[in-house]
Structure formats: structure tokens, C-alpha cells
Write a protein that binds this ligand. Structure first.
Ligand SMILES: Cc1ncc(COP(=O)(O)O)c(C=O)c1O
Length: 387
């Protein structure tokens, strides 16, 4: 990474109060929730300051312009067109658009990995009422396995829904290869992208993904209750509208004359958005997206992987610990998990030392992001070394 880019990361770190002296916290847990940067917090505060005292309408053109910018920047993060992207409030929201919007019928089958985060399971299980069954694909070594996937496909299979990055061990799926298999077999390809979006480049068109959803509260460093979703252009008209909002139609920003029930639904992904929007969160999300965009996701990925390299080198030189993540370059992400005989005890010690990680499925999960630096990893290593 060039000097200018390194300097940019250093500057952006200063915008995160969690890295400051006052808190004395080493936050290595973006896979749970991303911390908020000062411009993001300021956007929340400024919105309420401006709208509570009649200075500014809660729903003026600025708010809708901010939503447009989120769609444009969000589309840039995932290799999509802005009219394919919508603003939502959780990963689950977009997955429900898929589960209840795709043209599925009684007797159809949905394929899921048997190690998915539950957000990508329950919306599909709810289809049982319509006679649509979930079939789980066996994972091998706690990874999604292409051969098992191929074996699981039957004439009834209509959808594969999969996370881009495994939440507990950071295994990054080869979405290009999986997307090609989906297309060969006439399957819709749905992706839960929350554990990568904002930290790992992804190209939805190239990977032939039909529907994608990602909460913005983790790697996109936005407030809780924000997300983006994607619906491939030529699928939008085929999708039924699982729920409809008064803001799924185009008011041309005129809210003075409301008894219009004849307005057509938006033709873009915006049709699936739900209003009233949380406008303060909209401005805050935009601030976070601008920050990510200023660094570039390719640079962020390199930064995060470089930090994890320091930890990997340490773990590999210490027989007490064992990496449980896959270290093949194509399957690496910004999440690394490792374990040892007393992993839970060590996790507790880290917490008491104000080093924030997660304990997931028997391993310690470390997830650095753009605001972390090598000193953070060295502080973690110092605690590991004390055992
Ligand atoms: C893979 C994965 N999907 C989804 C979620 C959360 O979903 P939602 O944004 O709907 O709360 C998480 C973590 O919280 C996750 O790790």
C-alpha cells in the first residue's frame, strides 16, 4: 500500500472514539458490530438538532438526495447499478424480499448450508406454510463444500441462499464458481453479504447473484437498523411485492396532497423499500459510506488482511494456539478464528484486558477493520503470550 493510502488510514483511525485514549479499548470485533466514527455520530445528532426546532422539515429533498447517494455508493461497493440497490433496515429484511418475493410454489426446494447464521435460515423455513421445503447442504470441515452442493441439487431445487463470508470462521465462499453452478442448474442465487460487504470486494454481476442483502451495522460502520439490498435488474419485474409501503411509489417529493392511491410502484429496487425512513440513520449511513468509499474496499481488504497476517504469524509460531480459519488466499476474509484448550478462559482474559473479540463455536474470532492498526494486534498478542 502506498504512503498516501497508509496516511489516510492513520487519519481515519483518529475519527473513531473507540481507538482513543479515553476508552482504552482495543476493538477487534467488527464482525459483531462496527463502531461509529465521529462524522457518523455527528450526522445523527445534526439531523435531530435541525429537525426538532422547525428549522428543517424531517422529510425534505436533502433526505431523499441522501438516500439516492447511499444507493449509488452502495452499488459501487458491490458491482451493481444504483437502480438495483435499495436501503433497508437489516440483512433479514432483504432475505425476506427474496423468500417471499421469488416465484416459488408448493413442492419447490430451497438449498441452504447447514452452518448458516440463522438470519438466512428462518425466512426460508417460514415458507413451509406454502409447501416449500428447506434442504440443508452438509458442510465439510465447517466450510461450504462445492461437491456436497452439487450432490444436493434435485429437480425440485429452485434457490441457493448462502452467506458470502462464514460468520464464525471467516471462510469466504467462491461466489463466482457457486453462481455459475446455480445458473447451470436454473437456481436463483441469493447471498447474505453482511460479513464481507465494506471490507471485501464483491462483484454481484460477475458472480451472477440474483438477490443480495447486507446489514450496514458491521463492516459498513453504520448505525444498527440500516442495510442495503440488491435485486438484479431483470428479476425486479418478476418478483412479487411481499410488502408495500406508501414510499414504494413516486410522490415526486410532494407530500401536500396525499389522497392519491393510483401512483405506480417504483420500477427499481426502491419498490421494496419501507417508509417512513429513519432519516437520521440515512444521513449517518451516508457519512459512513463516504468514509469507506474514500479509502476504497480493495485497500481496506489489504489493510485488514495485513493486520491479520501479524496474528497468524504469531499463532503459527506458538504451539498452544491453532488457527481454525482457512488460510488459502481465495477463502480468506477480514475475520480470523483460532482456538486452544482453554479458549473460553482466554476470551474472558481478553475481555478483562479491554480487548474486544468474540467467542464463537469454540474459537476466538478476531475481526479488525479500517480503524485498527498493528499496535492493536500486538496488544492482543501480548495477552495471548501471557498464558
Ligand atoms: C452471516 C450473518 N447474517 C446476518 C446477521 C445479522 O442479520 P440482521 O442484519 O438481519 O440482524 C449476522 C450477524 O449478526 C451474520 O453474521
Amino acid at each position: 500500500m502506498g504512503q498516501t493510502t497508509t496516511a489516510k488510514f492513520r487519519r481515519i483511525r483518529k475519527l473513531f472514539p473507540v481507538t482513543g485514549e479515553r476508552k482504552r479499548i482495543t476493538y477487534l470485533n467488527t464482525a459483531s458490530t462496527g463502531p461509529l466514527a465521529l462524522p457518523v455520530k455527528k450526522a445523527l445528532y445534526d439531523y435531530y438538532e435541525a429537525t426538532q426546532y422547525l428549522e428543517k422539515s424531517a422529510m425534505d429533498a436533502d433526505a431523499f438526495a441522501a438516500l439516492d447517494k447511499i444507493r449509488v455508493l452502495g452499488a459501487g461497493f458491490i458491482g451493481a447499478g444504483p437502480d438495483e440497490v435499495g436501503f433497508g433496515f437489516s440483512t433479514t429484511f432483504g432475505l425476506n424480499i427474496a423468500a417471499f418475493g421469488l416465484p416459488l410454489k408448493n413442492g419447490d426446494e430451497v438449498l441452504l448450508s447447514n452452518i448458516e447464521f440463522p438470519a438466512n435460515v428462518y425466512p426460508w423455513l417460514a415458507l413451509k406454510e406454502r409447501g416449500i421445503r428447506v434442504k440443508f447442504i452438509k458442510s465439510i470441515n465447517r466450510q461450504f463444500d462445492i461437491q456436497q452442493f452439487r450432490k444436493s441439487i434435485s429437480r425440485k431445487s429452485k434457490v441457493l441462499s448462502l452467506s458470502s463470508v462464514q460468520f464464525f470462521n471467516g471462510y469466504k465462499n467462491n461466489l463466482d464458481e457457486i453462481g455459475a453452478i446455480c445458473k447451470e442448474n436454473g437456481l436463483y442465487f441469493v447471498v447474505d453479504g453482511i460479513q464481507g460487504c465494506g471490507a471485501e470486494p464483491i462483484d454481484l454481476h460477475k458472480s451472477q447473484i440474483d438477490i443480495f442483502s447486507s446489514g450496514a451495522q458491521k463492516w459498513m460502520l453504520s448505525p444498527l437498523g440500516t442495510s442495503i439490498f440488491y435485486i438484479k435488474k431483470n428479476l425486479q419485474a418478476k418478483l412479487t411485492t411481499p410488502f408495500a409501503s406508501w414510499l414504494s411509489v413516486d410522490w415526486k417529493l410532494d407530500f401536500t396532497d396525499m389522497f392519491h392511491y393510483e401512483l405506480p410502484f417504483f420500477k427499481s429496487a426502491q419498490r421494496f423499500e419501507m417508509g417512513t425512513y429513519p432519516y437520521a440513520h440515512v444521513f449517518a449511513t451516508l457519512a459512513a459510506f463516504k468514509m469507506i468509499n474514500s479509502l476504497g474496499i480493495g485497500n481496506i481488504q489489504r489493510h485488514n488482511h495485513n493486520l491479520l497476517d501479524i496474528l497468524i504469524e504469531y499463532i503459527q509460531s506458538n504451539h498452544h494456539y491453532r488457527v481454525t480459519s482457512c488460510l488459502k488466499e481465495e477463502h480468506r476474509s477480514s475475520i480470523l478464528a483460532f482456538t486452544c484448550v482453554n479458549a473460553e478462559e482466554i476470551y474472558g482474559k481478553l475481555r478483562r484486558s479491554k480487548i474486544v473479540t468474540s467467542y464463537r463455536e469454540g474459537a476466538i474470532r478476531v475481526s479488525p477493520h479500517l480503524f485498527n492498526n498493528a499496535d492493536d494486534i500486538k496488544r492482543l498478542i501480548a495477552v495471548l503470550n501471557s498464558f
